[in-house]
Design a protein around this ligand. Structure first.
Ligand code: ADP
Ligand code: MG
Length: 419
């Protein structure tokens, strides 16, 4: 097989530029793209410059790839380790509006193959199976970031799942239970519950449901829209590591990744609307109350919504990690210098507000509102989720979540709102 040396990066059918397998990695914009469009691939690769190389290019493209053990598996299977090499295999459908193909190939009309929810359940329990066969025959080219196993699918108008072939766009993400971390159980019900709780509070969050046959949560992609002809349009999105020029290996503040202040700066520098600044504060407190300690900078993204400008995307990847004693006891970000939740008091919130340039009273009001709302909506959320969950482990998880989130939120209320 001829080694690929260039990857063509498309937006729709239009060539944006070429990614070159060089050291350091290089990206060259297509002249016609620079003449006709204002839109760069990432703010760190402005179109005022014809080409970019090194960290700006690497951090954008690296963050499109799966992380940790999922990346290791891909590396072993395809015997490629570089960002370029991995993208040449799975860059067709990514968390963005870009289609990345080996030089000489062009985006093809989307094609899908029908499967069943049982096939999806099997795909998560058996390494080989019908989905793997379909994907390999169809030349799978799909990449999503994150450390958890997941499958990108489409759902037809009758609710049946379809596997995208080649670089065809997906519309939903399927996340099964996390396996292989001691003490972690029923994570997909946990994620469904936590995301639904956010929706109950009126927070803008990706649509999620739990599928009892697939035993997984099924999340609607907010970066895929159906146009008036029923065609899937891709929207461009970037996570805050991509915008900050940081690779996925330093997504946590404790590793040198973006801090809350840096996130706030990145949002305003990139022109995110004022209403989304409030949503950013809500995201921080919601995560603290539910105990989502994994709320790092890759779990916060912006996207370019037609007619609405640059927006914070709907929230995603919300689950109560602190319910599991084996996962980190520390919050992903420091608040007023503290990342141990029990050390976060009113003074820390006041310090954080001042640092981020908000009036402490405003932040405390937003934080208190969410805490009250959250406690009021726990039972309604459990009723919704219990309809999807089967009796046994899944409903036990729902009960545990109510107890855990409620006691965690009440202790925050004591520390933050009683002076
Ligand atoms: N609903 C969604 N729509 C579009 N993109 C999403 C959605 N949810 C997640 N993503 C993208 O997929 C990536 C991985 O998803 P995530 O749920 O964070 O997985 P993990 O639990 O493995 O971190 C995210 O970093 C984000 O870029
Ligand atoms: Mg994530």
């Amino acid at each position: 097989m001829r080694a690929v040396k260039k990857l063509a990066v498309f937006r729709g059918a239009e060539l944006v530029g070429m990614l070159l397998d060089e050291t350091p990695i290089r990206f060259v914009y297509e002249t016609s793209w620079r003449q006709k469009h204002q839109a760069p691939v990432s703010p760190n690769m402005p179109i005022s410059q014809a080409e970019h190389s090194g960290q700006a290019v690497e951090s954008y493209f690296e963050n499109l790839l799966p992380e940790a053990t999922i990346r290791d598996l891909l590396t072993r299977k395809h015997q490629v380790t570089s960002i370029f090499g991995l993208l040449s295999i799975i860059g067709g459908d990514t968390a963005s509006d870009l289609t990345i193909l080996p030089e000489g190939e062009v985006p093809q009309p989307p094609q899908y193959q029908a499967i069943t929810w049982q096939d999806i359940a099997d795909a998560f329990t058996q390494p080989q199976g019908i989905i793997r066969d379909i994907q390999e025959e169809g030349g799978l080219r799909i990449s999503l970031a994150g450390a958890q196993r997941k499958l990108s699918i489409c759902i037809d108008s009758n609710g049946n799942p379809l596997i995208p072939l080649g670089s065809s766009p997906s519309t939903h993400i399927v996340k099964p239970d996390i396996k292989g971390i001691e003490g972690v159980w029923a994570s997909s019900i946990n994620e469904t519950f936590t995301m639904r709780l956010a929706a109950m509070l009126g927070l803008d969050v990706a649509d999620v449901s739990y599928h009892s046959i697939a035993k997984a949560c099924v999340i609607k992609r907010y970066d895929r829209l159906l146009d008036t002809n029923g065609q899937i349009q891709k929207l461009h999105q970037l996570d805050l590591c991509q915008i900050d020029g940081k690779p996925s290996t330093i997504k946590y503040e404790s590793d040198g990744g973006p801090t809350l202040l840096r996130c706030r700066e990145l949002l305003s520098q990139n022109g995110v609307v004022a209403a989304d600044t409030k949503r950013f504060i809500q995201w921080v407190f919601f995560n603290l109350y539910v105990g989502n300690h994994d709320s790092h900078a890759k779990n916060l993204s912006i996207y370019f919504l037609p007619k609405h400008g640059v927006r914070l995307t709907p929230f995603y990847d919300l689950l109560s990690t602190s319910l599991y004693s084996g996962l980190s006891r520390k919050f992903a970000f420091k608040i007023g210098g503290e990342n141990k939740p029990s050390n976060i008091h009113r003074d820390q919130v006041i310090a954080m507000s001042a640092l981020l340039g908000f009036k402490p009273k405003y932040v405390l009001t937003v934080a208190e509102e969410i805490s009250n709302d959250l406690l009021a909506k726990l039972h309604a959320t459990s009723e919704e989720v219990n309809v999807m969950a089967s009796v046994g482990t899944e409903q036990t998880m729902v009960d545990r979540l109510i107890q855990h989130i409620s006691s965690n939120t009440k202790s925050f209320q004591k520390r933050l709102f009683t002076s």
